[in-house]
Design a protein around this ligand. Structure first.
Ligand code: SF4
Length: 382
């Protein structure tokens, strides 16, 4: 039986990109040709996948956020996104205040498409800019130019869209301290309400892992970029609420991602998407979808259903929750995992002793040292 006390988020994975970026480990395949027939088949598969996922529930569920991620969702024809949203509304309740995000790439978006998305209820746009420096964009293997990114931001602004996230990156091979400074200044100049600012990391199974890029930056310059960037955000009125997330106003925190970081429940549809569902007995299951597009379109949606082990629940709760910069209510831990606080006393004590955490009767507080040595802190909970 499913625990109905919790509202769900819905993640929809669109698995195509124009080209594979060499640093990217997200699941995506190269789109050979923008083909309506395949897109339509995929959309219908998403709906069947959703129907199948919903059989885990006895009642129609409430959805508080939807996120179109990928891949490059903006490669989908607008009419298919609108058809999909219309059909989803028949299958679940979507809260009136739901945040509905789409990720867009600067070179795969037009004004008409944006207007179409807005008319269909999409109210948050996350734009993958990464850098405003053409040389650094090239080093990063991105297809778009700084001018295309600026143009896409202007289109969003012109259409009075306030809930905009700009994705930015630092630590790009060959990037100087000044490049990184200029990049953030440009992003801040547009006054987006949300900026996600990531350090480039070399992930497994990426082109960068196989062919190490020249001019990778050393820890010393990365640290300087990090300090310089944080200072710039604060000087310009941005608050950091998560490791990589900055907002001008707390109402623009990303609700969809907050749900992950609070270890909430979510449904994921599409190739390689995951769902996390808490049952009444606090058993947590994870459903993993097929990452073979052909098989997925042929109705073979689910690859595996796993139950989280006791220790996994503890680790995953903290892995997500420590990303956020606010205090952690101990009741949150109990509610999300079904595990009593007393059962993790030895781990918490170790973290307290090392000054990674502080606590009082009701809350845990991650310290500056805890943020700095996050991996060491997390190891305590493995
Ligand atoms: S466009 Fe985005 S999802 Fe696609 S390969 Fe590049 S980084 Fe990955």
């Amino acid at each position: 039986m499913i625990n109905f006390n919790k509202n769900y988020s819905l993640y929809i994975h669109i698995p195509w990109c124009l080209k594979k970026c060499p640093y990217c480990d997200f699941f995506s395949k190269i789109l050979i040709k923008k083909n309506k027939k395949i897109q339509f088949k995929y959309i219908n598969s998403l709906l069947l996948d959703l129907e199948k996922t919903l059989t885990f529930f006895k009642k129609k569920i409430y959805i508080k956020s939807i996120f179109f991620g990928g891949g490059t969702p903006s490669l989908m024809y607008g009419k298919y996104i609108s058809f999909l949203l219309k059909e989803i509304r028949k299958k679940v309740y979507i809260s009136k205040l739901a945040e509905i995000t789409i990720e867009i790439n600067p070179n795969s978006i037009s004004e008409n498409q944006i207007i179409n998305y807005v008319n269909n209820g999409i109210n948050r746009f996350s734009i993958g800019v990464q850098s405003f420096n053409n040389r650094n964009l090239k080093n990063l293997g991105r297809l778009h130019s700084a001018e295309e990114a600026i143009n896409a931001i202007y289109i969003l602004k012109k259409n009075n869209i306030s809930n905009i996230n700009i994705d930015m990156m630092y630590g790009i091979p060959g990037q100087s301290l000044n490049d990184s400074y200029q990049d953030l200044c440009k992003a801040i100049f547009f006054k987006p309400n949300h900026i996600s600012w990531y350090q480039l990391t070399i992930e497994k199974n990426t082109i960068f892992e196989k062919y190490k890029p020249k001019n990778l930056l050393n820890d010393d310059i990365l640290w300087k970029m990090f300090l310089q960037g944080k200072k710039l955000f604060f000087q310009n009125g941005y608050f950091q609420y998560e490791i990589s997330s900055f907002v001008r106003n707390y109402k623009y925190k990303c609700k969809h991602n907050l749900n992950y970081w609070y270890f909430g429940n979510y449904l994921g549809i599409g190739c390689n998407a995951h769902s996390k569902i808490t049952l009444f007995d606090n058993k947590i299951i994870r459903i993993i979808k097929n990452n073979n597009i052909k098989q997925y379109i042929n109705g073979n949606f689910i690859t595996s259903i796993n139950t989280l082990l006791y220790q996994d629940k503890i680790f995953e709760f903290f892995l997500n929750r420590f990303r956020l910069y606010n205090k952690i209510n101990k009741k949150e831990f109990v509610k999300s995992t079904g595990i009593k606080v007393i059962n993790i006393t030895s781990m918490i004590d170790k973290a307290l002793k090392l000054n990674y955490l502080k606590e009082d009767n009701n809350f845990w507080y991650i310290t500056n040292k805890g943020h700095l040595y996050l991996n060491d802190l997390l190891e305590i909970f493995i």
